[in-house]
Design a protein. Structure first.
Ligand code: CAO
Length: 423
């Protein structure tokens, strides 16, 4: 005999208004116990909600885009005999860190995209895996069909299976297009040389590492170094900071952000991304700048929005708030999305030059190191000037050397005399 069973959203932890990102069933479907009904996603994770009964789907009460809470009615099922009480429903384990990876518009393509893979061949129904596991596999660059059998019920592929596949690929070498393999780095047992301590990498460390490797392998990058004379800019900055009733601190970085935005407006290719098929250039009409911020957990890149239309003071407040939030680990996904170009400033620490890695899909990044007084020949004598070293790394598929050099000249032009930013 069949019974009508209402399946509700189970206890999903202390989270509310969770987004429904996938509905995996249709009215009339014959479903089995444990079959995924819907997938929920918070800003930190995805989770599958399985069925606790086998039977026929009578009615679906939610759709993609809905926000649900514990107890929301999900599906009505005309159940077979073996009904599991609804109270026992538990969502599948949290499986995929999704949006918190945002250093990383980046972190999405975790393992290098040159690894032979096709997200499109991750055909539904072939490999036995939930959408969240497929998402995890995609993020790690794994072709799920390569995982022969999963360790779950009926060979269902689990998170552990994807992880051990990646581990195996990393230790045994990965086949890349063309049939060659990425050489692996042998890690000896260091303990034979002396005492060691093994510390797990933070989530941010791992995501940044994957993203950086991916960028390194995919982008032909050039770094161009030059110096800007910021003597007058510094005098203006000092005068701003010494004004009475100034409630913010103007650092040199704020002027660099403004000058960078002006140069990007002059050279629109610097505010673009390559389409995923590499066939076209996507030019952005908005202009947001990401700032690399050092935090105890690793590097994050909060994004300052609409830079051309903000005053130095507004930017100072926003940068202060966002870098503080970054260090406290409180940046939201939205705080780190939508960057057009990034700045990595090591100027507060030191340095003369370095080669920053582009935060792809952005096409360029500006590196900044410590300014210092240098003797500059003015035609008659050496004059002490404040010189700021700049490093511009760009994706050579989008920007050629001459354009890179012209861009740097424009940036220096604005920094040499920041009044030009007003024109
Ligand atoms: N040359 C000389 N001095 C500089 C400078 C430069 N290029 N840049 C900053 N300084 C000085 C500032 O004027 C300030 O001096 P005072 O303390 O005397 O006022 C000091 O260095 C510290 O500056 P700051 O770090 O507080 O402010 P900022 O606006 O320059 O930078 C931020 C803000 C968030 C970028 C920075 O705090 C930070 O996190 N830096 C680390 C960046 C990083 O890790 N990059 C990643 C590299 S890629 O892996």
């Amino acid at each position: 005999m069949s019974t009508t069973v209402e399946i509700k959203i189970p206890d999903i932890g202390n989270v509310h208004d969770v987004d429904v990102v996938a509905v995996e069933i249709q009215t009339g479907d014959v479903i089995t116990i444990d079959q995924t009904l819907i997938t929920l996603e918070t800003d930190k994770a995805s989770m599958d909600v399985p069925s606790t009964v086998g039977g026929t789907v009578q009615q679906i009460h939610i759709k993609v885009g809905d926000k649900v809470n514990e107890g929301s009615l999900m599906v009505t099922v005309l159940a077979n005999d073996e009904v599991t009480p609804a109270a026992e429903v538990v969502p599948a384990p949290v499986v995929a860190e999704v949006k918190s990876t945002e250093i990383a518009p980046i972190a999405k393509s975790a393992v290098p995209a040159v690894i032979e893979q096709s997200t499109s061949v991750v055909a539904k129904g072939k490999a036995h895996a939930s959408p969240a596991i497929r998402l995890l596999a995609r993020e790690l660059g794994v072709d799920i069909s390569q995982i022969a059998q999963g360790g779950g019920r009926k060979n269902r592929i689990l998170k552990e299976d994807v992880k051990s596949y990646v581990k195996k690929a990393m230790t045994e070498g990965i086949t890349v297009k063309g049939g060659s393999t990425l050489p692996k780095i042998a890690v000896p047992d260091f303990s034979v040389f002396g005492e060691i301590e093994t510390q797990p990498l933070s989530k941010i460390n791992k995501l940044t590492g994957h993203h950086m490797t991916s960028v390194w392998l995919n982008l032909p990058m050039v770094t161009y170094h030059d110096d800007a004379d910021i003597t007058e800019m510094e005098a203006f900055r000092v005068s701003l900071n010494s004004q009475k009733n100034v409630d913010v601190k103007f650092t040199g970085l704020l002027f660099i952000i403004k000058a960078l935005a002006a140069a990007m407006q002059q050279f629109p290719r610097f505010n673009s991304s390559l389409s995923s098929d590499g066939e076209s250039l996507i030019l952005k009409k908005y202009l947001n700048i990401g700032i690399a911020v050092d935090t105890p957990n690793g590097l994050v890149v909060p994004v300052l929005r609409d830079v051309p239309n903000k005053s130095l003071k507004q930017l100072a407040i926003e940068l202060g708030e966002k870098s503080e939030k970054a260090r406290a680990g409180k940046l939201t996904a939205a705080n780190m999305q939508g960057g057009c170009m990034s700045i990595s400033s090591l100027g507060g620490i030191g340095g003369k030059s370095f080669t920053p890695i582009v935060n792809a899909p952005e096409v360029a990044i500006l590196g900044v190191t410590k300014s210092s007084i240098q003797p500059v020949w003015n035609g008659k004598e050496f004059e002490p000037r404040l010189i700021l070293p700049l490093d511009l790394t760009y994706d050579h598929r989008v920007i050629d050397g001459a354009e890179g050099a012209r861009f740097m000249e424009a940036l220096k032009y604005y920094l040499n005399d920041v009044r030009r930013l007003l024109v």
